[in-house]
Design a protein. Structure first.
Length: 361
């Protein structure tokens, strides 16, 4: 495995976009938690919150629990809608844990966190399944929705086509992908205002092409985000992954604490849509010695590699391995330490090992 393991990358756009939306929502939730923690540190604010909670009394607690139930039902309905897309594992990883009913402050924070998560998931589902499918699904009870999902479906049936209403309906596909580029916004406004039939056809074609390019770029950015966050979820330290990794290609490195000088290098070829993995070791310039630790590092990564592939597949990035050499088949690649990213553990070790300088008087 120090020798290349090569895989072909297959991206499922719907699952990748949903997984990325989940991570973005989780980041927003994290920011909300940090803000809540800061508020909790303020004693006066905490006392004010406690007083307000006591004043609200039983009615306030009842209303809060109803909001929690409504929020949970909304999330359950959205996850049922997303079930045919096979993203349950990715969604489960982003859901915050429901606190105890005796903690109103935590319940209020939970409702806000779930609201943000549901908004993101709903936007992604509308872009993936279409407005009508989401609206219809939200109009059903959970029991009716579960029953409808049990009905046999035709395999390979395409997603609903974009609605024919040119400007507004086409842009609905982009609802979950952030602010619109100026080019798309300009084309949409021009198409909306034109009355010339032939001109409208040309503008609609141009708008569709611009939307397709924007969607492709969004999927590529989402793929980079999912790759980085999946590695972190699995416990790896990873250097920042450029959002152009699946556009221009490039290299990223990751490792676990305790791996000492060993890292895994992942090289993406964006044109061929392939990924190449190999174990490397950071060395000082001129060092060319190999040892038994190299072989152990290869064995360790070979053991972890299948779980990494499985986690990526659950989030819409499927890697089909086409070549994989066994550990020890080729020597571990030695790379000048100065050319590699620094991780926190390495920096701490170097500071501890550095000799203390005594000041001259």
């Amino acid at each position: 495995m120090s020798a290349p393991a090569t895989a072909i990358i297959a991206v499922n756009p719907a699952i990748v976009i949903l997984a990325a939306a989940g991570y973005i929502a989780a980041e927003a939730i994290s920011g909300y938690r940090q803000a809540a923690d800061l508020r909790e540190q303020n004693q006066a604010q905490r006392e004010q919150n406690l007083a307000a909670q006591k004043q609200a009394g039983a009615e306030g607690q009842k209303a809060l629990l109803e909001r929690v139930q409504q929020t949970d039902e909304r999330y359950n309905r959205l996850t049922l809608l997303a079930m045919p897309l096979g993203v349950s594992q990715a969604l489960h990883a982003t859901r915050p844990q429901r606190p105890a009913e005796q903690n109103p402050s935590a319940l209020a924070a939970y409702v806000e966190q779930m609201r943000q998560l549901c908004n993101k998931l709903e936007e992604a589902l509308r872009e993936t399944l279409g407005e009508d499918a989401v609206t219809k699904g939200q109009g059903l009870s959970l029991e009716a929705l579960e029953e409808s999902l049990r009905e046999p479906r035709e395999t390979g049936s395409p997603l609903p086509p974009p609605p024919p209403d040119a400007s507004i309906r086409l842009l609905a596909r982009l609802a979950s992908l952030g602010p619109l580029p100026e080019e798309i916004d300009k084309l949409a406004r021009e198409l909306k205002n034109t009355t010339h039939t032939e001109r409208a056809r040309l503008l609609e074609l141009e708008l569709r092409q611009a939307i397709q390019q924007f969607e492709e770029r969004a999927v590529q950015k989402a793929s980079a985000l999912v790759l980085e966050q999946t590695l972190k979820d699995l416990g790896y330290q990873v250097e920042p992954v450029s959002d152009t990794l699946f556009v221009e290609g490039g290299i990223t490195h990751f490792r676990r604490q305790g791996w000492n000088d060993h890292l895994v290098r992942m090289r993406i070829d964006a044109k061929k849509m392939t990924a190449n993995f190999n174990v490397i070791r950071a060395v000082k310039a001129g060092d060319d010695e190999h040892g038994v630790m190299d072989h152990l590092a290869e064995d360790r990564w070979c053991t972890e590699f299948p779980a990494f592939l499985q986690a990526l597949a659950a989030r819409g990035l499927e890697l089909e391995v086409t070549r994989q050499l066994p550990a020890g088949e080729l020597p571990v690649q030695l790379v000048d330490r100065e050319l590699l990213p620094r991780f926190s553990e390495e920096e701490n070790q170097q500071r501890m090992a550095a000799p203390k300088q005594k000041q001259l008087r």
